[in-house]
Design a protein around this ligand. Structure first.
Ligand SMILES: Nc1ncnc2c1ncn2[C@@H]1O[C@H](COP(=O)(O)OP(=O)(O)OP(=O)(O)O)[C@@H](O)[C@H]1O
Length: 533
């Protein structure tokens, strides 16, 4: 595109420290300073030195479609854009992608994250400060003496600040045609990240609809608005009556995409690929988050390489086996470590508690889940659904120590009378609604179904690696954490203790449609385990 040559050399500026690519060694230590005292406003709002499109695409394996879609929706620098919402689970690259897209576009933008602001006022002031580059007093109605508490004040100050930045009337005349074509038109973009946190600040949800109407309030076509959230669009627009932004979905990464992501910048690709071949699959079943995987894989790779004296060697089959045996004892503790409620999952409790409304967004299929949940929590949710729905008397027939693969044979051996009895029990249970179950039953089902998950050659790999074979297993504490998260999110209810057993009983609150969706998202054949009359 030849942008590198055309772009002005701007002062390097780190807009968001957390956007440093976890996998890019060169970016690990980033300058977190935000303070800039550069002379020209429009130059200051430009991102770091521009990058090429190829570079942009190469930085984000698995995000090619999203990048092209965003570029298309943002459009040329001299034409207005409809507000945009980027949404998807945690660590799906929403922030990094949009910041690097602007680096490629080389256009002025202001980035603000609700994560670093703890109330609307700080967010308002942070946007204004960024726009005015901390020079509040100069020619601006907004000064440090004034607080920007109300949304209406924010809109007024924002409009004034934007007029200054854009140099609205005069600049429009001054921007030469060739500069517009090179991407230096007069659009300014405002990026609001982590919008889901707004709901924690604003219990009455009055500001969020106003934010999404900011475009209407400002009435400035030169301003492009981009919202980023881990919540789905319907969380925001239900019954609000305003025009919805366009949206781009950042789906969870597939195993292949994660493989590509982790292969980036590896000095010895063959060696690292042999490592990923053995570790990625079991970890992928527990988390798909790039940050969690990156943290877990880094020390494991060092262990994997310990027996090697030459790190540039290409491992043959024998070496790969030797390296794997050396690594194996360390896998189980690492998997257990990661097998816990991720902070993001916990903070998404409210969002998780909401069932999908099956609305058809863009290219999202109604089959897909519209919230983020860790893979292990999904299996626990499925287990609780089965425990509530199926009569306990059928557990032995449906599940065995290998997860139920022998169930067909066993079922055939059951006598007619016992089938009839079980049918009656099931019918009774159905009429009663979802049944309650003790923790032990939930854990037993969970252990069985995780061992048959997906069609893997090494069927018991997860069980073996996580140590789930050791009685109630080392996973116990983590499963209890997941269980408590699901209870808090109202997927499972905790009923009073059983007077006979004295232990707490649980009940699944999800319906069949929801359970099937969750099962589909982890490729688990739930229908095989559901007892039907
Ligand atoms: N496709 C990818 N290729 C390379 N790195 C990626 C990719 N996706 C995510 N990452 C890395 O994962 C980390 C988290 O990404 P990022 O902060 O952009 O995610 P996010 O979706 O904005 O998360 P959150 O919702 O928590 O704000 C970053 O270090 C980023 O570089």
């Amino acid at each position: 595109m030849g942008k590198e040559e055309a772009a002005p050399q701007t002062t390097r500026r780190t807009t968001r420290s957390s956007c440093a690519n976890l996998l890019d060694c060169s970016n690990v230590v980033q300058n977190k300073s935000d303070s800039l005292k550069a002379p020209s406003i429009s130059v200051d709002l430009l991102p770091e030195e521009p990058i090429s499109l190829d570079n942009l695409l190469a930085r984000f394996p698995g995000r090619r479609d999203q990048i092209f879609e965003i570029l298309h929706l943002i459009g040329p620098s001299d034409s207005p854009m409809i507000p945009l919402l980027l949404y998807g689970g945690a660590c799906t690259g929403k922030t990094s992608v949009i910041l690097q897209v602007f680096r490629y576009l080389n256009r002025p933008f202001v980035y603000t994250s609700c994560r670093s602001c703890y109330c609307p006022r700080i967010l308002f002031e942070s946007v204004l400060d960024e726009l005015l580059l901390h020079r509040r007093e100069e020619n601006s109605g907004y000064s440090s003496a004034k607080k920007c508490e109300r949304f209406s004040d924010f809109v007024n100050f924002l409009r004034d600040a934007l007029i200054q930045v854009i140099g609205k009337e005069s600049q429009r005349k001054r921007v030469p045609e060739e500069a517009k074509q090179q991407g230096n038109g007069n659009m300014v973009y405002l990026i609001f990240d982590n919008m889901e946190l707004f709901r924690d600040w604003d219990k009455n949800s009055t500001i969020i609809p106003m934010f999404f109407r900011l475009y209407d309030h400002l009435k400035m076509p030169e301003v492009g608005l981009i919202f980023i959230s881990s919540c789905t669009p319907d969380t925001y627009y239900a019954n609000t009556g305003f025009v919805e932004p366009l949206y781009v979905r950042f789906a969870d990464y597939t195993e292949i995409e994660l493989h590509q992501i982790f292969m980036r910048n590896q000095p010895n690709a063959k060696l690292y690929s042999s490592f990923l071949d053995v570790v990625l699959k079991p970890f992928f079943r527990i988390t798909r988050r790039v940050d969690e995987l990156s943290t877990a894989l880094q020390p494991l790779f060092q262990k994997y390489c310990e027996p090697l004296s030459d790190l540039s060697m290409v491992p043959d089959e024998n070496t790969k086996r030797r390296l794997f045996s050396h690594l194996k004892p360390h896998l189980s503790p690492a998997l257990n470590q990661i097998f816990k409620v991720s902070p993001q999952t916990a903070s998404n409790k409210e969002k998780v508690g909401k069932e999908s409304k099956c609305r058809n967004y863009n290219r999202e299929t109604p089959e897909e889940l519209d919230f983020h949940m860790s893979v292990s929590a999904k299996y626990l949710l499925i287990s609780s659904f089965l425990a509530s729905r199926n009569p306990a008397t059928l557990d032995a027939a449906l599940f065995d120590s290998t997860g139920g693969s022998g169930s067909q044979k066993r079922k055939r051996k059951i006598s007619e009378t016992s089938i009839q009895k079980k049918d009656e029990a099931a019918q009774e249970q159905f009429l009663k609604g979802p049944g309650t179950f003790p923790l032990e039953r939930l854990l037993a089902i969970y252990q069985c179904i995780t061992s048959v998950a997906e069609d893997l050659p090494e069927t018991e790999q997860l069980t073996e690696l996580t140590g789930a074979d050791d009685g109630v297993s080392g996973l116990m504490a983590d499963v209890l954490l997941q269980l408590s998260t699901l209870c808090n999110a109202n997927f499972i209810s905790k009923s009073g203790s059983c007077p006979l057993e004295g232990s707490t009983r649980y009940r699944s609150l999800v319906n069949e449609e929801m359970a099937l969706k969750v099962a589909r998202s982890v490729n688990f054949p739930l229908w095989k385990y559901m007892y039907r009359r």
